[in-house]
Design a protein around this ligand. Structure first.
Ligand SMILES: *Cc1c(COP(=O)(O)O)cnc(C)c1O
Length: 372
């Protein structure tokens, strides 16, 4: 079969999404399926929709356009603040967008008026992670201005934690966010969407803590990779191996464990190589590199270890001498490895729709994210 390739098990993605949709429905929370990691892939989008997500979210207008070209009619939200240079596409392709800047919302209003459309706006609120968001003190005046803009429909408020500073969603900051929703409703009338966060919110949402006004979460990684994202723990009952990356061996030789010659810089930062005693071991090269994937986000099968990577070579050490040229090696992936592999034109994406072989009981692990 073609290599390198991502084998994508749609049944496992469907299972993960429907388990989370059902659990959160019991807490009064709808799920927006976040598609940015999979570039709006129609097979995966249809899988998410059939599992019951209430809408789709993506950070990039190009992915939203790709979904619309594939006749996806479900509500789609742009979950990153639109660029001023893209407002015309945004009002045509997205039902609503997440916003923090009045300059952008004003231009969305002009673009929507020109296109004879109404565009939904969710205002993102800063809760301490210091990525996107309006400071809570500035929220009421911003809402007042947005409500006056023609062809703009104020749909609600959103928050996003754990993405930049690693601030965890917890009972305190979620209660504060819910209280903000209360005060906006008291002053300006009821709001439809109170979107509390992403996969990092699952521990909070499923803990039994009060959800208050929060009625939506936007989930990507937890559906695709089966883990929560604060400690990268496997979520009970979900598959962590819906995606696997298969690469092919192009060289397999017994070589000395130590390089020789004068050592200077390499092309890419090296993976800390395991310390082997002087001697000879089997090392293999796979046709895969930084241009395809984040090598630090690959989890090698037992008996194999990643020694390093360059633009298009991945070097691995093997405990046995049985690896041969042409062999295929299957890796697990972190989110960081997944997004790069999905985006690489050199990696085939192979959708497997068949029945799910039950690997739920196997001891699969989530792969720790590498944080810079
Ligand atoms: C990426 C993103 C999400 C989804 O995050 P996951 O950790 O993949 O669940 C949700 N909201 C916003 C604003 C995002 O950028």
């Amino acid at each position: 079969m073609t290599a390198p390739r991502l084998d994508i098990n749609l049944s496992k993605i469907h299972h993960n999404a429907s388990v989370l949709v059902d659990k959160l429905a019991q807490r009064g929370i709808s799920v927006t399926g976040v598609t940015k990691a999979v570039l709006g892939s129609p097979d995966i989008v249809n899988t998410l929709l059939s599992a019951g997500v209430s809408s789709l979210g993506d950070a990039r207008i190009e992915n939203i356009e790709a979904m619309r070209r594939q006749y996806v009619t479900a509500p789609i939200m742009l979950i990153r603040s639109p660029m001023l240079s893209q407002v015309d596409e945004v009002v045509r392709q997205a039902d609503l967008s997440f916003n923090t800047e009045l300059a952008v919302i004003t231009q969305l209003s002009h673009a929507a008026r020109e296109a004879k459309l109404t565009h939904g706006v969710v205002l993102m609120v800063e809760l301490g992670d210091l990525r996107e968001g309006i400071l809570p003190a500035d929220l009421p005046s911003t809402v007042r201005t947005v409500l006056r803009l023609p062809n703009i429909h104020f749909r609600g408020i959103g928050a996003n934690l754990a993405c930049h500073s690693g601030v965890s969603p917890d009972a305190d900051n979620m209660a504060a966010f819910s209280a903000l929703a209360d005060s906006i409703e008291a002053n300006f009338g009821s709001i439809e969407l109170v979107s509390g966060g992403n996969s990092a919110n699952l521990n909070w949402a499923l803990s039994g803590a009060k959800t208050g006004k929060i009625n939506n979460l936007r989930l990507g990684e937890s559906i695709l990779l089966g883990c929560e994202t604060l400690c990268r723990q496997k979520i009970e009952g979900l598959y962590t191996d819906a995606f696997t990356l298969v690469a092919e061996v192009i060289e397999a030789k017994i070589k000395p464990t130590r390089p020789w010659g004068h050592i200077a810089q390499t092309a890419f930062p090296s993976v800390t190589p395991a310390a082997y005693p002087d001697g000879n071991r089997l090392r293999a090269i796979l046709a895969l590199g930084h241009q395809d994937v984040d090598p630090l986000g690959l989890k090698a099968p037992p008996g194999l270890r990643l020694l390093g990577a360059s633009g298009d070579h991945l070097i691995i050490d093997s405990d046995t001498d049985s690896l041969v040229v042409g062999a295929e090696i299957t890796f697990g992936l972190t989110y960081s490895a997944l997004i790069r592999a999905m985006t690489s034109p050199f990696i085939a994406k192979v959708m497997q729709a068949g029945a799910v072989k039950n690997t739920l009981s196997q001891k699969t692990e989530c792969h720790p994210a590498i944080r810079a």
